[in-house]
Design a protein around this ligand. Structure first.
Ligand SMILES: [Ca+2]
Length: 338
């Protein structure tokens, strides 16, 4: 009996004094928040934020988003910031590649996000019309049912001058984001940090792949462990956009404020169910509610962790305020933490 107690005590001591490396994999599992971008074309052209974790990490991510947007609108007569003419009826595919690396000497994480964007005629009009018919939502289809199905339209003008026109079916580089994140709190149950991101004008603004000027994001980030199976992620910040250097005219964009929250429930050890809500004010002043209003993205996601370091997720996104966001979108993603 004494021998058994001695063995247990030795095991306990071994566990307590075991090198941290044997345990550091365990907390990797609740890896939020889900990567969801505003993939409306008028949301890709300008710098809409994406929720970020407060952890500084060495990671790789690949995310694919697909969404459908319709916006057929004009500025009210006499709008002081110009007469906008917005004709958008198309679908958007985006591939986002992200890489981050920690620099221990500086106590920071450096990151880069590279988007590839394709505007397409798409295939979703028929199922979306059927869905609206089924639910009796004909009044909420924003003119979708009056348009020919799956015909490409992406042209935005101000005062008759072209701001952007999309090119159907091609893939273009979007605006690349380069970020630095400084950790303030890094504990197993809570991480907090400050993030600064510069978006460089690598995308062709005339065709809606970017805004043609550098933009700056500043945000405060928090990851909080609410219980053994529940995590909460909070982001809040502002975006200072450069001008939108359009095809034939340059547009002033105003500073955007944003906030995002995700609640994530971990179940069966390797799965997570996440609900995310993101709201951002608009950088546009067009007099058109659908462009100037608060952009909101509500997403639900299911994530699976094949290993403690890797995750695969699928997410579905709706726009509760129906302003400056895709009507409906879906995304899948893979991430690996080194
Ligand atoms: Ca930009």
């Amino acid at each position: 009996m004494i021998r058994a107690y001695a063995a247990l005590a030795a095991l306990g001591l071994a566990l307590l004094t075991h090198p941290a490396g044997a345990f550091q994999e365990e907390p990797l599992i609740p890896l939020g928040p889900v990567f969801v971008r505003n993939a409306s074309p008028t949301g890709i052209a300008v710098p809409y934020p994406v929720m970020e974790t407060a952890r500084c990490e060495d990671a790789f991510g690949l995310h694919a988003s697909y969404s459908s947007t319709i916006m057929l609108a004009n500025s009210p007569v006499g709008h002081p910031a110009g007469a906008w003419d917005v004709n958008v009826d198309m679908e958007t595919a985006v591939l986002d590649l992200s890489v981050s690396a920690t620099v221990d000497a500086w106590g920071v994480e450096l990151s880069v996000l590279v988007p590839m964007v394709s505007y397409r005629a798409g295939f979703l009009d028929s199922p979306i019309n059927s869905w609206h018919d089924l639910l009796g939502l004909e009044d909420y289809d924003y003119g979708r049912s009056t348009r020919p199905e799956n015909q490409f339209l992406f042209e935005v003008k101000r005062d008759g001058l072209l701001v952007m026109d999309g090119v159907e079916g091609e893939w273009g580089l979007g605006d690349v984001r380069v970020g630095v994140k400084k950790s303030i709190v890094a504990r197993p149950e809570a991480s907090m940090s400050i993030s600064a991101v510069v978006e460089v004008p690598s995308g062709d603004a005339a065709h809606g792949y970017g805004n043609g000027s550098p933009d700056l994001f500043i945000a405060a980030l928090a990851d909080l462990k609410a219980s053994e199976t529940l995590w909460v992620y909070l982001n809040g910040g502002l975006v200072v956009p450069g001008d939108l250097k359009g095809a034939a005219t340059t547009v002033d964009l105003t500073t955007m404020l944003y906030a995002g929250a995700e609640v994530r429930w971990i179940f069966l050890g390797q799965y997570a169910l996440a609900g995310q809500f993101m709201a951002a004010s608009s950088p546009y002043d067009t007099g058109i509610d659908a462009l100037d209003g608060l952009s909101t993205l509500a997403s639900v996601a299911l994530e699976y962790h094949p290993t403690v370091r890797s995750s695969i997720h699928a997410a579905f996104t709706e726009d509760p305020t129906t302003t400056n966001a895709p009507d409906v979108g879906a995304s899948v993603g893979y991430a690996y933490r080194f």
